[in-house]
Structure formats: C-alpha cells, structure tokens
Design a protein around this ligand. Structure first.
Ligand SMILES: [Zn+2]
Length: 272
C-alpha cells in the first residue's frame, strides 16, 4: 500500500466516525454541567467565629447529618482573644476536619465598601494564611461583613478564586431566596435569623422551590459577643427538626456550585 493510499484509507472513514460522534454528543447528556436545583434546598451559614459554633452548633448539625458554612473573622470588639466568646483556630480547624466549610469573613470584620482593593486583599491574605498554618482548606466562599457590598470587592473576590459570596438581603433590597440562574454568584441574598423572627424564617423556607435556594445567616447559638443577633439554642434545634421533618437538603454554601454553570474564565469588563 502506498503512503497516499494508506492515508486515504485512514481518512475515508473519518467523516462517518465524526458524524457518529456528533450524533452521540447530541444524544448523550453533557458530561459536566449544572445540576437541577431540587425542591427544599437550604444553605446554613454562621458568621463571626462565635464559640457556640464549635460547642453547640456543629455537634447538633452532625447529629442531623446537615452541612453548613462557618464564616470566620477575628473581631476587634469584643476581642477575638476572648475565648469565652469566640472559637480558637484549633476549634475552627476541627470544624474543617468534620467536613464543614470554612469561609472568609475578612480578618477584622471591616465592611468591603470602606476598603480599597489592596486593603481587602490584605484581609483575605490574613485569613488564608491562618488557614494554611492550621491545615484548613483554603476558603473559596466569602460573606460580606455588615452585608455591605461593592463592585470593587466583587472583582477582587473573583480574581482571588472566591467563587461564591453571601450578602444579606435588606441592604440589597432583595429579601428573598437565591436564584442561581439570575443572581450574581457573589451577591447571594440571605435571610438573617435571630431569636424573634421565627415567622419570617418559616415563610422564607417556603421559598425553597422552583429552582430557588434559601440561604440562612445565623450568628451565635447563643451569641454572647453580640447578643442582638443571638439565636436561642432551643429555637435552633426546632429549625433543624423542621428541616428533617420536611425533608430539606441542608448544605454548605460551597455545595451550591453543583447548581451553577462553570464560570467564564475571561475577566469581567470594568464597571467603574
Ligand atoms: Zn459578621
């Protein structure tokens, strides 16, 4: 067989194989892609590294088999050094080892709209450095202190690999469930819970349907550092029983990635 003929022999079936491949591609579901959001998905997030996260919340979540994200920072007032109020980094490491997500809440709880890009970068560096030192997985989720957001912060978070960021609700005028199709993945709205808004929380949970996910923000259970955001332990366990009784999937924020398409790699156009 001449070289030309052997090349032809090799090439001839190729268009057919190529066409068959196309057909197969068209018929088969995509190998990777966002999953459909099931009904009753709730994401639990806990802010500020409060001591009760390690001593009460995590053990109870494990009993129920629920996931959660703990957004940690080192508060200045009352000071993080007060271990009657806040977790130690060893306790934060233990949460990571137990399978919970550790997210960044800045180092000093500064609001992102009060910082330059470099200042926010330094705050993120500090939390990432502590995670490295303690062998904690590098955070890829972020929560905005005080729920304040800013376009510069969104760009910094994206550039540094923070693929999801949780905001509040009221400050963005969006007290509602998160819609992975239409909401920016770094402006995820959440419902705040405390000791006296049980009717609103239950109403919020009813929104976990039709492709939407309910994200709850909690602080300490209880919170002795900032008592105005405290959730009573008995009420918290009532919520967990409710999730179980109504068959909610209770996830960490990072688990939401499975419902999102891959993020385009190109840098977003500057907006300001
Ligand atoms: Zn906070």
């Amino acid at each position: 067989m001449t070289l030309a003929r052997s090349v032809l022999t090799c090439l001839r079936p190729a268009p057919l194989a190529w066409a068959a491949g196309l057909l197969l591609t068209a018929a088969a579901p995509p190998a990777r892609g966002p999953q459909r959001v099931p009904e009753r998905v709730v994401v639990l997030t806990f802010d500020d590294a409060v001591l009760s996260h390690a001593t009460y919340v995590a053990p109870l979540l494990r009993k129920y088999g629920f996931g959660a994200t703990f957004f940690v920072c080192e508060f200045r007032e009352p000071p993080f050094a007060d271990k009657t109020k806040y977790m130690s980094w060893a306790q934060i490491r233990e949460l990571d080892r137990q399978g919970f997500e550790i997210g960044s809440h800045t180092l000093t709880h500064r609001h992102v709209n009060k910082m330059t890009a470099a200042e926010l970068g330094a705050e993120l560096d500090s939390i990432e450095g502590r995670c490295r030192r303690y062998g904690i997985r590098r955070p890829t989720s972020f929560a905005y202190p005080g729920y304040d957001t800013h376009p510069t912060a969104l760009a910094v978070l994206q550039a540094r690999g923070y693929s999801l960021a949780r905001a509040g609700g009221a400050k963005q005028g969006r007290v509602r469930a998160y819609d992975p199709v239409t909401d920016d993945r770094r402006l995820i709205p959440s419902f705040s819970t405390s000791g006296d808004n049980q009717p609103q929380v239950l109403a919020a949970l009813a929104q976990a349907q039709g492709g939407r996910i309910v994200v709850l923000t909690l602080h300490g259970v209880p919170d002795t550092a900032h008592d105005w955001v405290s959730t009573p332990p008995a009420l918290f366990e009532e919520y967990l029983r409710y999730f179980k009784a109504h068959r909610y999937r209770v996830l960490a924020l990072r688990d939401v990635a499975r419902y999102l398409p891959p993020e385009p790699t190109e840098a977003p156009a500057a907006t300001n």
